[in-house]
Design a protein around this ligand. Structure first.
Ligand SMILES: CC(C)(COP(=O)(O)OP(=O)(O)OC[C@H]1O[C@@H](n2cnc3c(N)ncnc32)[C@H](O)[C@@H]1OP(=O)(O)O)[C@@H](O)C(=O)NCCC(=O)NCCS
Length: 181
């Protein structure tokens, strides 16, 4: 890891808050006129990256996106608003939360349609991992998200180990089948 930035500053959650609004156009929808899941994931990735950029003030790459529940469909012509902020900064990675609402432009009804957690990693121009400033939660909600982010990181790490072990077991089985003794 590049440790040139030895004394990173501390930043607030408020300084990372980002927002994006899109109108759902025909190209964004499936045959039913519902916003495509992949398109929504793209919006989520972009809005998450905005918060990570504001925190890291360097290039960031998406390392992971946790599972997303599409709670209800978003329709052609709806306004989709996404809000993001950094929940916690670790050494070079940041967990960002993104929440999505859809607004029916005729009725004005606004509904929460999706939420996601993403991990971004700060990198330099050569793609080398960079340290990021620490994050200082200020409000009770920010403190709760900060604490939860550590639990989710530990869960991701356990899942990563479990997947690696699963891959090794599958490779060992395939090797046994290819070379029966
Ligand atoms: C993300 C990436 C930079 C990590 O590189 P790496 O060599 O594994 O780096 P390290 O092992 O030193 O880990 C660096 C940080 O990334 C985190 N990380 C790595 N892989 C991760 C994953 N799959 N999920 C969550 N965090 C991850 C580590 O926990 C570590 O965090 P910390 O420094 O805050 O403790 C590298 O895997 C990469 O470039 N991936 C492709 C990213 C990409 O192309 N995204 C899509 C387009 S933006």
């Amino acid at each position: 890891m590049n440790t040139q930035n030895q004394h990173p500053k501390v930043r607030t959650v408020a300084s990372t808050q980002s927002e994006k609004t899109e109108i759902v156009l025909p190209n964004d929808t499936n045959m039913l006129g519902h916003l495509l899941g992949g398109r929504l994931m793209h919006f989520i990735d972009l809005t998450g990256a905005m918060a990570a950029y504001r925190h890291a003030r360097t290039n960031v790459v998406t390392a992971s996106m946790d599972h997303i529940d599409f709670i209800r469909p978003v329709h052609l012509g709806d306004l989709v608003t996404l809000k993001s902020s950094v929940n916690r900064a670790f050494s070079s990675s940041m967990e960002v939360g993104v929440k999505v609402w859809a607004e029916n432009t005729r009725t004005g009804e606004v509904a929460h349609v999706a939420s996601a957690y993403l991990v971004f990693v700060a990198v330099d121009e050569q793609g080398r991992v960079q340290k990021v400033p620490q994050l200082k939660p200020e409000t009770p909600d920010e403190v709760r998200r900060f604490d939860d982010a550590l639990r989710r990181r530990e869960h991701r790490e356990r899942e990563s180990v479990r997947r690696s072990e699963g891959k090794l077991a599958v490779a060992a089985l395939a090797s046994e089948q290819d070379n029966p003794s």
